[in-house]
Design a protein around this ligand. Structure first.
Ligand SMILES: [Zn+2]
Length: 403
């Protein structure tokens, strides 16, 4: 079986008793990044090179050689540890590449420090030892970490120190082997089960169904919580409104910040929950592909506007994004397919019908939950489009979402 990999960021809180050393190290890092950035700005010939090649050139310009080469430029502090300076060089190189692409060079680069191997050791999910600068010398310093434990058998990549609010965070990229990297085409050919999803603006964030190869529904899942999400958001919005009357004239940039942060956490919490439930449902029913509905851009904009900012349907944007990375880590593929019209015909017999409350009723009298009806139709539509594509192999004009 083919395998691939995914990289996710583990966000952890970092506690360090040596605040000044953290600051001194960050200051030096920023100075170093800007030092290399200035050098690179004048070297247009390097902008298209890869990071390693740029690193090599910068080393030649700024580090004495064993052959007695005298560097043309001296970095801040005179001499920087090799992995510290390489990390700073990479940051500067990426900043220059981005700036060149955008044709606009910022005055200064405000970079978060990324710890390459050699700048940290003994990283576990509860502690790490960092090499920090105290203004005079480098000192290995133990810091503690809190957060979710790392997944098993994952490779840990270079972590970055990030300030969020008053917290020091440690963002750790975690690389996981993916158990199944077959393409959608290969999966569908092998008769994989698919899970199709309909997002709604009711108490259900999503109604999902798993179909077998013959489009026969095997299981149904309702991800509820929409009402309580809406309720929690309303409570917070009320608090924001009330507090506005007290802080309106105050010279504070964002007086309601704590409520907005709370709203953000609510969004994250419910979106994580719904996406997790969908993934669990797929695993339980061995679905190898998830199909999400896509709509015409104007239609999406209008329906999002109508449903309002803190509504279950609006949260589907975030649920969709979470689903994509969570599914990938589990070896499940996510496809998006136009869903226009899938709510207008019967998933049992195909004849037209109409909605009546939460039901869809067709001309032949079949009654199905209307969201489930649309979800089934979307799944079937997806399977049919693959079958068609197989028949017309070599014709690549099909839907790009399923190639
Ligand atoms: Zn019917």
């Amino acid at each position: 079986m083919k395998t691939g990999y995914s990289i996710r960021t583990w966000r952890m809180r970092l506690f360090c008793s040596e605040k000044q050393m953290i600051e001194a190290t960050e200051d030096l890092y920023r100075e170093a990044v800007n030092f290399y950035y200035e050098l690179l700005k004048d070297r247009e010939d390097l902008w298209e090179e890869n990071l390693l090649a740029i690193q090599g050139q910068l080393e030649k310009l700024t580090v004495p050689g064993k052959d007695g080469r005298v560097p043309k430029y001296i970095p801040p502090g005179g001499k920087l540890p090799v992995y510290f300076r390489r990390s700073a060089m990479n940051k500067a190189a990426m900043a220059v590449k981005t700036a060149a692409g955008a044709e606009s060079f910022p005055e200064k680069i405000d970079a978060n420090i990324t710890f390459f191997k050699g700048m940290y050791r003994d990283l576990t999910d509860t502690s790490v030892v960092l090499k920090l600068w105290n203004g005079k010398k480098w000192i290995w310093t133990e810091c503690s970490l809190t957060g979710r434990p790392f997944p098993k058998e994952a490779a840990i990549l270079s972590p970055t120190l990030v300030h969020e609010e008053k917290w020091l965070m440690f963002h750790v990229p975690v690389k996981q082997e993916n158990s199944d990297a077959r393409t959608a085409k290969e999966r569908m050919k092998e008769g994989t089960r698919i899970c199709s999803v309909r997002f709604t603006n009711t108490d259900s964030f999503a109604v999902c169904t798993v179909l077998d190869e013959q489009s026969i529904p095997l299981a149904v899942k309702n991800c509820s919580g929409g009402k309580s999400y809406r309720h929690h958001c309303r409570e917070l919005l009320k608090k924001i409104e009330t507090s506005k009357t007290y802080t309106d004239k105050d010279n504070i940039t964002q007086p309601n910040r704590k409520y907005y942060m709370h709203l953000k956490h609510l969004n994250e919490h419910y979106a994580h929950q719904a996406s997790k439930e969908i993934i669990e449902f797929c695993k339980k029913n061995q679905a190898g592909v998830i199909v999400l509905p896509e709509y015409e851009e104007n239609f999406s904009r209008i329906s999002m506007y109508r449903s309002g900012n803190y509504s279950p349907l609006h949260l589907s944007i975030r649920i969709r994004n979470y689903l994509k990375y969570k599914a990938w880590a589990e070896g499940i593929l996510v496809l998006e397919l136009r869903a226009d019209g899938t709510e207008k015909y019967c998933s049992i017999c195909g004849s037209p019908g109409k909605k009546q409350g939460s039901l869809f009723i067709c001309r032949n009298g079949h009654q199905v939950n209307r969201f489930l009806n649309a979800a089934r139709n979307l799944g079937t539509k997806c399977q049919e489009s693959f079958r068609r594509n197989q028949k017309t192999a070599g014709n690549n004009s099909g839907n790009t979402a399923i190639d």
